[in-house]
Design a protein around this ligand. Structure first.
Ligand code: SF4
Length: 328
């Protein structure tokens, strides 16, 4: 991918702005960075997001951008199904909703009717709410219902979180990404309470199931750049997917990762298989009936679907490959 900036300039078909959002500086800044002549004012984003009979897949190809004001739920407690790196007091915060990438397994397709990208411009309200949390330490994933990094050129949100975190060492934030846009690393310095978590998959998976995302090659380059500059980097190999030949492909992939990333410098690593709530899965499969991953043998545990035990055992073998000689 040559430039993620070009990608989103081409992606957004229209820009809608809630009238209330006009009074926020973030709105002015974001609009000044996009070269759209037609900005449409709306009363509420619900005029677009709650429309009946929306076609998620069609929207995904050419989503609108919506600038909105979030009124509540600035911070949400993490659920057990989520990967938290075993952090205590784990929360989510969603300053942006929906994503410019298009992963077949993305659970957003299961929970949402709309693929439009919604940027909440009242980031200052998020910060005020988060400051009210009384735990000694909290860990917040802020890039979960989106990928913040490829949108950084227009939002500057990672920089704003960084400035907030510098004054609040008791709050740790993770930014989960598949992006290779690394300009942000020239604007900030490493701090211990800002973690960058790259999601990695074999090239075969990226090509088939992670549309519009950067190549594995470029992700590894971005990771090595962040490491060489001293940033806190974690790696997430999730979801590991089952398809014809998956085992060999993943085994080679983990061997390759081990030889190309200095794993001793990686703060934490997590591996996890595809798992999803039963209801979300139905919607997900309907979006793309041709994808092989939706026909693997999934078993039900409570309300969640995941792979059978023999597959989970394989994941343990992959962990061995990665962790051997690198972590004690
Ligand atoms: S990068 Fe994450 S949020 Fe974006 S489409 Fe893929 S799975 Fe969904």
């Amino acid at each position: 991918m040559k430039s993620e900036k070009n990608l989103y300039n081409k992606l957004f078909s229209h820009i809608y702005v809630e009238e209330e959002a006009l009074k926020y500086q973030n709105t002015t800044e974001i609009l000044s960075k996009l070269k759209y002549r037609n900005v449409i004012l709306i009363n509420s984003m619900k005029e677009l997001t709650l429309r009946r009979n929306q076609d998620y897949k069609v929207q995904k190809k050419s989503p609108n951008l919506i600038l909105a004001v979030r009124k509540s739920d600035f911070l949400t407690p993490g659920e057990d199904i989520c990967n938290s790196f075993n952090e205590q007091n784990f929360y989510y915060s969603f300053p942006i909703y929906n994503c410019i990438y298009d992963c077949s397994y993305c659970y957003l397709q299961g929970i949402s009717n709309t693929a439009h990208i919604i940027i909440f411009v009242n980031l200052s309200d998020y910060f005020e709410e988060i400051k009210k949390i009384t735990h000694d330490n909290i860990y917040i994933s802020i890039s979960n219902n989106t990928d913040l990094m490829p949108l950084e050129n227009i939002t500057g949100y990672i920089l704003k979180w960084y400035n907030f975190l510098k004054k609040h060492p008791e709050i740790t934030v993770e930014i989960r990404t598949k992006s290779t846009s690394s300009e942000i690393f020239n604007k900030i310095s490493p701090i211990n309470n800002m973690k960058f978590v790259w999601s990695l998959s074999p090239s075969e998976v990226i090509k088939e199931y992670e549309l519009r995302t950067p190549s594995l090659e470029n992700r590894i380059r971005a990771i090595n750049k962040a490491l060489s500059m001293g940033f806190s980097v974690r790696l997430c190999f999730e979801p590991i997917l089952v398809f014809k030949g998956w085992c060999k492909i993943y085994k080679n992939f983990f061997e390759d990762i081990k030889s190309r990333i200095e794993l001793q410098k990686i703060e934490k690593i997590s591996l996890g298989v595809f798992r999803i709530s039963k209801d979300y899965f139905k919607k997900l499969k309907k979006q793309d009936l041709n994808k092989e991953i939706f026909y693997a043998n999934l078993i039900e545990t409570q309300d969640t679907l995941t792979y059978e035990k023999s597959i989970l055992d394989k994941i343990e073998e992959f962990k061995e490959i990665l962790l051997k000689n690198n972590f004690s």
